[in-house]
Design a protein around this ligand. Structure first.
Ligand SMILES: [Zn+2]
Length: 245
């Protein structure tokens, strides 16, 4: 465990740390527009924006998921082809639960852990895919994981070229940042009804390789780490391209 992890754990439970900030978030209804989800790893689409995806699909809106990496380095920094194919299948299965067909998933095959090296290519692909007025969802460019942050930066650049609405999802932020490190004026709360919460939970569980390590390692996710994904609201930061870059 890093010093920062020790420090943030010592500051108390996530709800103690984030409660007042979350209470101040602005209720948000996503625009009824085509929605592009740029997911750094298989599971990000479900953990941080699974409720949003399910709600947009339930409204009959098109959702396209751009899967940036296959998450092959979750347990081995050199990558594991078997894990990559397992995680691609898990992501397809999770997205089916959320109402997204396999044909709406675009895979970029960027090496896991090295998205920053392909940031320009990710941005270029996004610029080709985006249409003005789309809703683009990706991980915050300060979400305390290099791949998440690279996706956030590529998206900020893309919406400078194509006028889409960009919102950032949050995951590692909840564990490794303090409440005063986000600008709560831009924090949006998407309330999930009980059925959507259940759908999201089912989708997350399809990422079984993240809850049970294929080897001796601790799993990437457990109940504590996945806790923010069980909240009854999903939170996003409304991107302000000038401010957040
Ligand atoms: Zn991730």
């Amino acid at each position: 465990m890093t010093d920062r992890e020790t420090e943030t754990r010592a500051r108390g439970s996530l709800s103690d740390r984030w409660g007042p900030t979350l209470d101040a978030a602005m209720p948000w209804s996503p625009p009824p527009r085509r929605t592009i989800v740029l997911a750094p790893h298989p599971d990000d689409e479900s953990l941080s924006s699974g409720g949003l995806v399910a709600l947009q699909r339930a409204r009959g809106l098109e959702v396209v998921v751009v899967a940036v990496t296959d998450g092959e380095a979750a347990y081995d920094p050199d990558g594991d082809d078997h894990l990559a194919s397992r995680r691609r299948a898990e992501q397809c299965s999770a997205l089916r639960v959320l109402g997204v067909d396999q044909s709406a998933i675009e895979r970029l095959g960027v090496p896991d852990g090295r998205v920053a090296e392909s940031e320009d290519a990710v941005r270029d692909r996004l610029e080709k895919l985006l249409r003005p007025g789309d809703l683009l969802v990706t991980t915050w460019n300060r979400d305390v994981h290099p791949d998440h942050e690279a996706c956030g930066r590529a998206s900020v650049d893309a919406v400078r070229a194509i006028p889409a609405t960009l919102v950032f999802s949050l995951f590692w932020t909840w564990h490794h940042r303090l409440a005063n490190e986000i600008d709560r004026r831009h924090l949006l709360a998407l309330e999930l009804d009980v059925a959507t919460q259940a759908t999201k939970r089912r989708a997350i569980r399809r990422h079984a390789s993240q809850f049970r390590s294929p080897g001796e390692d601790d799993p990437i996710l457990d109940e504590r780490i996945a806790e923010p994904a069980s909240w009854s609201c999903e939170y996003f930061l409304a991107a302000q391209p000038e401010e957040w870059s």
